[in-house]
Design a protein around this ligand. Sequence first.
Ligand code: DX5
Ligand code: ZN
Length: 219
Amino acid sequence: MKKIQISPSILSADFSQLGNEIKRLEEGGADMIHIDVMDGHFVPNLTIGPPVIKALRKQCSLKFDVHLMISPVHKYIDSYADAGADIITIHPEATDNLETSILKIKELKKKVGISLNPESKIELITDLLNQIDLVLIMSVNPGFGGQKFIPEVLNKVKDLKKIQEEEKLNFDIEIDGGINFDNCKSAIDAGANILVSGTTIFRSNDGNIKKNINLLKLK
Ligand code: DX5
Ligand code: ZN
């Protein structure tokens, strides 16, 4: 049974204080930092890129779980690896050749994740599951924090968990979008072992990060 980890999304952080915000997350017991990179093209929002990630890298020792919602993506993988990403997660719809991009991330000695949007089927990646370190199941349509959780994706988590067990694979199952205190147990019971959360961690309980992380871990 994999340890449940929390990867807070800084999309809901105070962008004028990002360095201090990731320090707060580290002190609050985060297992890694979820960095949502958006290009205003693959998704209708624009956030941060390599220069900001590079600056944040010096502020925190936690793993950077970088979620690339950009397309094209292949030609930018190097710059996110150089900026300090530890996990690089890409969307199949954003690259002409998913396998080439997976190989590229592995060549750079980074962990590779593939993200599935709510309407994307697992079949899109079943042949690649033995090559990747993480599957990111989107429980909202990518682009914004604070959206409503789409419960139907839990069936996809369960199916993925079943394949993982049957094929004795070891990839992490991360779920991302609308995760809160009411649905975190269902996500974990379905088979997710990494929970991404932005709004719930930064906004609940007067922004008590430590308390919110522990509540999401069912502690
Ligand atoms: C959405 C991002 C998510 C989002 C999570 O496109 O990938 O990581 O920021 O934020 P909440 O927890 O507020 O849904
Ligand atoms: Zn994300």
